[in-house]
Design a protein around this ligand. Structure first.
Ligand code: UDP
Length: 499
């Protein structure tokens, strides 16, 4: 990879095993991490399952053909043993809270497969020096400890959110708050933000899920450190505080999306694009710089049909002759009702709007000069991708870390405008009427984020400056690339120790 190519001359390079959680928002950054570690001198083994490997087949082929030492290993996922339908190997394939629980059971059983693989080892495999695992794979700590392999937790969310969750638990704050929508400050939090219980209550804190919830908290206990998709310059105060709190190494190594330098790797990130990328690029090329709003809510969050109609109205009536939009509607995949409504909407907004049904090449889109704003659910990857691209955001969080990420974007970094969503919606739950945001609100925010006068201009300047810092962090000598090297060096050190 340009700027990061630093193939280790070490004759005994560190072998790092990556074990991602099976969700797009967790797999995608770990695929990037695999490339980044390999181009900084490590040998990488990436463990996944057949369905997930099939999704990223073009990326696997590309990485393997690049001669980077990354190997993708597929182990069977025990869906049937946990009562899941065959092939249900990613959380975007589950449709109800009950199935989510079964998925987590299957994941524990998958741990046995991983252990078997690590102990019997493919005869050509190099022994592992270190495992980097998503903290949702809570079982890895025990497996790695039993095999004496040093391990590092990967937290998918922002440090801002992880620290917030840590401090709330430490001070047992939520127990003393009755009103879900009362604003309060998080004790010891280094940034002056206020949050609401409804937004920081963890989504795993459901009745019957207590054990799972505790398991997630415990993953970092046996780990020798934490790796995150962020960068020092973005979350300096939070990272310092978090390091002090847990007394362990915390390595920010992002924005990992910047591992994808050329159009092809941006276009195939995550899974195959639902739209011809040539067509998409020529549409974007025909638009003025900063005139397009990109609208997408990640891989899991879904809108009800009434919410889609309201979003459509907001986009259609936003009054700027210059404003165009590119809207990803994954709900169109399975619904005739949505499809019928969309066809008419597209007819009315022809020329200034484009709808992508299904999966969009998000990083390619955000990096295009025509894109001036991003209406996002504030998933951490999407947030980091917007930051890396220097694009301002209209924030519309749904669940998990997203409301807290919104506070970072709007209150601390001041590169976003809140749509005003208040009621959380867990992705497998139906969108309630009380969570509905009216088209008129959407319209106002679209206009504000895409134009917004002097304040809008300042917001855009701040976003551009942050984008510069993000890119610097990922250049040779930049903070994130140096942290990647430190991880590899410490794995090499562990290797000597293990010998
Ligand atoms: N993504 C994409 N195309 C889509 C939807 C999502 O490339 O149509 C990618 C996006 O770029 C990001 C990831 O999927 O890397 C979503 O992760 P995020 O943390 O933003 O949200 P989640 O899907 O986990 O809610």
């Amino acid at each position: 990879m340009d700027g990061t190519s630093n193939h280790n001359s070490n004759s005994n390079p560190a072998h790092i095993i990556l074990i991602p959680f099976m969700a797009q928002g967790h797999m995608i950054p770990m695929v990037d991490m695999a490339s980044l570690l390999a181009s900084s001198g490590a040998i990488v083994t990436f463990i996944t399952t057949p369905v997930n490997a099939a999704r990223i087949r073009p990326i696997i082929d590309r990485i393997e053909n690049s001669h980077h030492p990354v190997r993708f290993v597929q182990l069977p996922f025990p869906s049937a043993d946990a009562g899941l339908p065959a092939g249900c190997e990613n959380i975007d394939l589950i449709s109800s809270p009950d199935l989510f629980k079964s998925f987590m059971e299957a994941l524990s059983l998958f741990g046995e497969q991983v252990k078997l693989y690590l102990t019997t080892r493919n005869p050509t495999a190099v022994p592992a020096d270190c495992i980097i695992f998503d903290n949702m794979n809570f079982w890895v700590g025990a497996v790695a400890e039993s095999l004496g392999i040093p391990h590092i937790t990967f937290y998918g969310p922002s440090c801002f959110y992880i620290l917030c969750a840590h401090l709330l638990k430490k001070h047992q704050v939520l127990k003393s708050i009755d009103d879900d929508y009362e604003l309060f400050k998080v004790p010891e939090f280094p940034e002056p933000v206020e949050v609401m219980k409804a937004h920081v209550k963890r989504w795993v804190d459901r009745q019957g899920w207590e054990k799972l919830s505790e398991e997630f908290y415990n993953t970092e206990k046996s780990a020798c450190g934490v790796v995150m998709n962020t960068f020092e310059e973005l979350e300096m105060l939070g990272l310092d505080k978090f390091r002090k709190e847990i007394g362990k190494k915390v390595w920010p190594i992002g924005p990992v999306s910047l591992a994808n330098k050329d159009l092809d790797s941006k276009a195939m990130r995550g899974k195959a694009s639902s739209i011809d990328t040539g067509l998409l690029l020529s549409w974007l090329d025909s638009k003025a710089p900063n005139s397009v709003l990109f609208v997408s809510f990640g891989s899991l969050s879904c809108n009800s049909i009434s919410q889609l109609v309201q979003i459509g109205q907001g986009l259609e009536y936003a009054s700027s002759s210059q404003l165009s939009f590119l809207w990803v509607v994954k709900e169109a995949d399975n619904s005739e009702e949505v499809e019928n409504w969309l066809s008419e909407f597209e007819e009315r907004t022809k020329g200034r709007g484009m709808v992508i049904r299904g999966w969009a090449p998000q990083v390619m889109i955000l990096d295009h000069v025509a894109v001036g704003g991003f209406m996002t659910h504030c998933g951490w990857n999407s947030t980091m991708e917007a930051i890396a691209a220097g694009v301002v955001m209209a924030t519309w969080p749904r669940f998990a870390d997203q409301f807290v990420n919104e506070r970072l974007v709007v209150d601390v970094l001041r590169i976003g405008v809140a749509v005003g969503a208040k009621v959380p919606i867990f992705f497998v739950d139906k969108m309630s009427e009380e969570a509905l945001v009216k088209g008129e609100e959407v319209r106002k925010v679209v206009e504000k984020v895409m134009t917004g006068g002097e304040k809008g201009e300042e917001r855009r300047k701040r976003a551009k400056a942050l984008g510069e810092k993000a890119r610097k962090a990922m250049e040779e000598g930049g903070s994130s690339i140096e942290n990647l090297k430190r991880i590899i060096q410490s794995a090499e050190g562990e290797n000597k120790h293990l010998e």
